[in-house]
Design a protein around this ligand. Sequence first.
Ligand SMILES: [Zn+2]
Length: 384
Amino acid sequence: MNAQFAHKRPYQICSNCIMDTSDSNIVFDDRGWCDYCNNYHKNIVPHWHPDERGAAELAPVIEQIKKDGQGKDHDCILGISGGVDSSYVAYIAKEKFGLRPLLFHVDAGWNSQQAVNNIEKLVDGLNLDLHTEVINWQEMKDLQLSFFKAQVPHLDTPQDHAFFAGLYNYAAKNGIKYILTGANYSTECVREPLEWHYHATDLRQLKDIHKRFGTRPLKSFPLTDIFTYRIFYRFFKNVRVVKPLNSIPFHKESAMQELADKFGWQRYAHKHYESRFTRFYEGYWLPTKFGYDKRRAHFSSLILTGQMSRAEALEKIAVPAFNLDDVAQDFEYIATKLGLSVAELQALHAGPNKTYKDYKNAMPLIDLGTRVLRLLGVQKAVMR
Ligand SMILES: [Zn+2]
């Protein structure tokens, strides 16, 4: 391992999943189980019912959505990336629940051809309406470059922020009361720690990084902050978020197969690789520059939910997520798109690493909010 990210504590890996000390705050118990595993059994399993009980709990919510949507073009909105989770929600919302969702897609400039194809296939196959919000590329590029220059691990913030803010702002503005999401415990019960994947909706951080490294104002880029959508939209605009995948059996492999059989949907090499940027960033940049491999959290979720064996996960994680030919090609593609030379992008890769703590952030307030949500029993996954 590169000395740059040699972690201070002795190396340890969980004996139940494959999370390890690349999460510098991970805690192990006497059995060698990590706190993600313990949290899963203590706080998630007892409240998670992907069975008849979940279906019975979801049914009145679906009925309410239909009732509130009477006379409107759509009764809910669903952000769609082309990935498996949101695609599967689109399918069950229409075919299994009889809802009339508006599919909402944010094009932040990094869609893979495969993602575009998958979205088209779903829209055609399900006969649903699609609204695409195209982000001004000059602003996107400027913000994206700012994050590269800030040397933080969370380079996916500009893209995630655009997805999230675009959707929430649209829903609030158009009086849409229900947002369906593909969020789920089945593939995401082990959340990536904050040092790998900082809150994309911390507007204070986004603005500080852009102020220091950006060169043009963000005039049309969709912005929101964690407090606006968690408090204002929820309690004052009455926007409700519904996560149907937590109320039904959801297995990644069979979901992908079902989508492939029904719509000709194509699978990706790995979770989130529907974006060409994310594939490069998660597959190459993050592991080689910071020592963070997000597959570790993704595979651990699948282990805990019985969709992958620990042995298989260990075998897969031992092989890098990228092959060298792709990296050379992606390096050139990303650099060119950002208006950099390959050498300039390589220099950024070799630069000194920073964390979200090196910039202004709203962490103290977010921590407080998370503690309140935990007390209220809303927030179940480990967040740090
Ligand atoms: Zn574990």
